[in-house]
Design a protein around this ligand. Sequence first.
Ligand code: PRT
Ligand code: ZN
Length: 288
Amino acid sequence: METRLRIAVQSKGRLYDETMELLGEAGIKLTAVKRTLLVPSRNFPVELLFLRDDDIPDSVASGIADIGIVGLNEVLEKDKNVEILKELGFSRCHLSLAIPKRIDYTGLEWFNNRKIATSYPVILSKFLKEKGINADIHVITGSVEIAPGIGLADAIFDIVSSGSTLVSNNLTEVENVLDSQAVLISSGKKKLIEEKQAILDELLFRFDAVKAADGKKYILMNVPREKLDNVLSVLPGIKSPTILPLANNDWCSIHTVIEEKRFWEIIGRLRAEGAEGILALDIEKMIL
Ligand code: PRT
Ligand code: ZN
């Protein structure tokens, strides 16, 4: 039987869409559209094991899956023997302490002898111990943010993304304890067999190519030769930009890659320096 690298991924939830998008951009196609528990790829030697995110760290630590894609918060909370291979840059959020808005916060000591509601007791107790704070941790699994309002706790420790959940519950973030994002994990103790390691290496290479292209644009433009130096001084290319001759000797064409976030600023400066016929294209992959 063909060797397949087994990847544990979230079956549904906040990680699902971007996990599938990343795998898709890495060229991995699945055999079944329907999500059964274990789905092989039809063009790459991997298979996906669909689980709840809570079960992913343990499935990888114990070797049921070879690698997994899960939030860093879940990895640290479950505290299993796993190794973080790569930060994947999506599902970004932070784990924070938040208190009722009306309270005048005086610093971490405020939490001494207070009751904090959370679904992340391991991360929280580690943090409080490190800081020498003695608080009472109250574990609840859902809707942590309502705990202070109904008198169940003085404060909460929970995931914050946009912050709107806190606002609508009259809470305010006072300490950011952990910045989290989706990460790729492998077992901390079990080494992969050679064939699986080779599949993983190819996968990591493809993820890097997808990530490198993220937020970048390929641009090409025509420039009068006499303005070439001015235009080049505006362009922060990957290495040096490509300069091609045009049928009209007084003009040339420049191709390069720019950061999307600086797109309008750079385009404005290029036009001011005499660039014309500017084209911008999306980049799918970039091998550096
Ligand atoms: O069913 P399963 O157990 O697999 O999923 P789940 O319900 O446990 O997790 P899910 O799908 O909600 O989240 C999976 C992972 O996404 C989390 O472990 C985080 O790593 C990441 N993530 C990113 C988030 C958020 N952003 C997020 N905003 N997880 C949860 N939230 C919740 C948070 O709990 C709070 O209630 O959204 C609310 C806050 O959001 P804002 O935007 O109002 O601040
Ligand atoms: Zn979960």
